[in-house]
Write a new protein. Structure first.
Length: 268
């Protein structure tokens, strides 16, 4: 049996304001083993991104509340760590590819300064060493003309380039767990396939685990070892990818699978 890297147990989260309190994640439990790709799938608004941000307490303070649960990473409960101790894990051991690179990257800072920031904080203060590693990963993700890219600002690049840069940035500290939140949703199908192949190759090279978040069960079927299906803030089904695709046990999972476009036509 594979060793578990991340164990989420009975996680429940509320978002609230002065007048209302909304349960957005309810009693969610799942595991991610070392070297595994777990896909968390479901429609927009079902709680996938909230769950992923909650793992390292990235939810905004003042409007979110952890009602109950544990988040065990290498047997440490992340919810019980001090901000300083959690900061040593966030960005280094657990890294994110956020959903929209146009908003997750700072438009006022050059790509170079953003991509090496985590490395300078967690690994080494040697700036040239950080830049060399950035160039290594930018090459891995298929970018060329690296000096020009590093000295550019985000608004000078396409969405596909920014997504590749976001992947390279997330890998700079060699994380044990990569959380990829809809990393291909705003990219055309050809680039989607390239980025999925890239993530799989990097996973095989480094041994990292991936929590891959998507609304598209067709996309995750080509990358995930297991799939967890989320609906209305709850996990309704988890299983091996082939079992989920071929023999779904929950009606919502069946509906997700039927929503995937097919080239087959029905003959009358």
């Amino acid at each position: 049996m594979n060793e578990e890297l991340l164990k989420v147990r009975n996680l429940s989260i509320d978002l609230y304001s002065e007048k209302t309190r909304l349960p957005v994640v309810a009693d969610v439990s799942f595991d991610v083993s070392k070297g595994e790709v777990l896909a968390l799938v479901g429609e927009s608004g079902c709680g996938k991104t909230v769950t992923s941000l909650a793992l390292t307490k990235l939810l905004p303070k003042g409007i979110s509340s952890y009602k109950e649960g544990k988040i065990l990473f290498n047997d440490q409960d992340l919810l019980q760590l001090t901000p300083d101790d959690l900061g040593k894990i966030r960005g280094k051991e657990i890294s994110y590819i956020f959903q929209d690179p146009f908003t997750s990257l700072n438009p006022l800072k050059k790509i170079k300064d953003q991509i090496i920031e985590g490395y300078l904080i967690h690994i080494s203060k040697n700036r040239q060493e950080a830049i060399d590693k950035a160039k290594f990963f930018l090459t891995k993700v298929g970018l060329t003309d690296l000096d020009s890219r590093l000295n550019s600002y985000p608004n000078q690049m396409s969405g596909g380039m920014l997504q590749r840069i976001s992947i390279a940035m997330a890998l700079m500290c060699n994380p044990s767990l990569l959380i990829a939140d809809e990393p291909t949703s705003a990219i055309d199908v050809t680039i989607q396939a390239q980025l999925i192949d890239l993530l799989l190759n990097l996973k095989n090279e480094t041994g990292m685990s991936i929590l891959f978040i998507s609304h598209d069960i067709g996309v995750v079927s080509s990358i995930a070892d297991r799939i967890s299906v989320m609906y209305a803030g709850k996990l309704v089904e988890t299983g091996e990818t082939a079992d989920i695709i071929e023999k779904p046990s929950h009606p919502y999972t069946e509906a997700l699978i039927r929503s995937v476009p097919s080239i087959k036509t029905t003959q009358k």
